[in-house]
Design a protein around this ligand. Sequence first.
Ligand code: ADP
Ligand code: MG
Length: 257
Amino acid sequence: MRKDAPAKMTLLQVDRLTKHFGGLAAVHDVSFHVGEREIVSLIGPNGAGKTTIFNLVSGVYRPNSGDIRLGGESIAGLRPFDICRKGVGRTFQIMQPFPKMTVLENVVTGALFGRKPKVSMKTAEGEAVELCRLVGLGDKLKAFPKNLTVPDQKRIEIARALAVRPKLLLLDEVMSGLTPTETDEAIRLVLKLRETGATILLIEHVMKVVMGISDRVVVLHHGEKISEGPPFLVVDDPKVIEAYLGKMVDGEDEPAC
Ligand SMILES: Nc1ncnc2c1ncn2[C@@H]1O[C@H](COP(=O)(O)OP(=O)(O)O)[C@@H](O)[C@H]1O
Ligand SMILES: [Mg+2]
């Protein structure tokens, strides 16, 4: 960082976080932070513990130990709707739209129930229309989720998460399964969200996205943090290469997978 660059305030601080499922340490002693208006990517092979961290930060699970602070205040173990109202919006890896509601109604729920102080139905609807336009669903307000494509269903997730006016937005693999053109659109959307003041923690497998938009990357493997730093440094870290590709076997030129 340049000496005269303003220091970013920490918005999310995750401190020695641990979550066990029976004998499995899904997340073990993980610490990292996200500064205001940063885009931080959480990466790692399948089963590394990424979604579990989202579930801990958003209150779906209580940690076994460790702390999670939002703007300095501990939110670890609070109920999901309390954490949401304190300013954490999230999307789900397995999309969870309300199937009997239209696109607009899905997004309205975020504004109506995810905020404190409460807003009127009229305000919620007005904001939801704007957010649907922002994410590219402006012409599908009355459509039902089951009739939409996967990218459009992901857009509902993003718009609904944004409707709670989050200080911190958690995006869980919103770009997987998209075509290259759709991925480029999604990247533009995330960058646009940051311009409007959002702070984003992103779980992503698509390396083009991770490399292109992350200020920093945190790498998990078997529930532990194995690397952290700017994307161009992290991808060259031997521990990261080994986690993704396996260990070199003596006498081989390529890693054994
Ligand atoms: N509710 C749960 N009960 C038992 N095991 C779980 C549960 N949620 C996640 N796990 C396990 O925890 C590990 C980490 O899972 P997850 O956080 O979903 O990984 P990732 O998102 O990095 O692919 C995996 O081994 C997974 O099977
Ligand atoms: Mg996951």
